[in-house]
Design a protein. Structure first.
Length: 277
């Protein structure tokens, strides 16, 4: 009997401000989050869980997290939170004290969870008050120990900062600063199906450490696509999106990039006469 597919949704870079204030005086990030929550609640089949890969709020303020918590109360799916460079660990734990996964590590917000047969391992790549990411020996050691515990179980590793160069210059200046030790840990563990990240506000895929690294699009605004050296730090209002990771034992993980919004269709390819001409 074929096992039912496991569906893990990934949203990222919410940048919520208190009471729906616009980010950068332009972006309705709270409205965008409400849209993606409605979309996730309506999906058939429904995802088994949602992981939010950092930059939950814009400045780490208490009122921002309170606004976020109220919005997430409408999400009808289990969810896990991760810290990004815009977040404050202590304030996250204060407002989301009911989310026990935030307290698995005494200092860093890193945790392990599961989504059906899939094992989830979340790293904390943040550096307080800095945009770039790093992983110290303690954080890498935690990951190595967890991977050794269950070497045969399909696993997704997650962190906020991308461990690869995107080609978008201003974002590459604030990526994960030491990806080589992370790659060395993951290379020894073929059970790692994906390395997921956020931060880039664009969907990207790249080979990394013998597996595939994926970044999620932004829930609201996207980083402008500009591969020029020293290109400006700009954003644009391209369609918001999320990733849906579908796991089956026969194939492993397939990652779908999904767009949030109202669009024409679906329309049929075929009618009673066959392929429509």
């Amino acid at each position: 009997m074929t096992q039912q597919a496991v569906l893990l949704a990934q949203i990222s870079d919410l940048h919520i401000k208190a009471h729906g204030k616009l980010s950068y005086r332009k972006v309705d990030t709270l409205g965008a989050l409400r849209q993606v929550i409605a979309r996730l609640n309506a999906l058939l089949p429904r995802p088994d869980a949602v992981v939010i890969t950092g930059d939950l709020v814009d400045f780490g303020h208490e009122e921002e997290y309170l606004t976020l918590k109220e919005a997430l109360s409408h999400l009808e799916l289990p969810y896990w939170l991760m810290a990004g460079n815009h977040d404050d660990r202590q304030m996250m734990r204060k407002i989301f004290a009911d989310q026990t996964h935030l307290f698995q590590h005494h200092e860093f917000i890193e945790w392990e969870g599961e989504c059906g047969p899939l094992r989830l391992l979340a790293l904390d790549s943040t550096v307080p008050q800095q945009p770039q990411g790093e992983l110290c020996e303690e954080r890498l050691g935690w990951l190595s120990d967890r991977l050794k515990e269950q070497p045969l179980r399909p696993t997704i590793v997650m962190l906020h900062h991308p461990p690869f160069i995107s080609g978008i210059d201003h974002m590459d200046r604030q990526r994960l600063r030491n990806p080589q030790p992370l790659a060395a840990v993951i290379k020894g563990h073929p059970q790692v199906e994906r390395v997921l990240c956020g931060h880039l506000h664009r969907s990207m895929q790249v080979r990394f450490a013998g597996t595939l690294a994926c970044s999620a699009p932004g829930v609201s605004h996207q980083v402008a696509f500009d591969l020029q050296t020293d290109g400006p730090a700009n954003f644009c209002l391209e369609p918001a999106g999320y990733l849906l990771h579908r796991w089956t034992p026969e194939q492993g993980v397939v990652t779908h990039q999904c767009v949030v919004g109202q669009f024409d269709g679906p329309y049929p390819f075929y009618d009673a006469n066959g392929l429509i001409d």
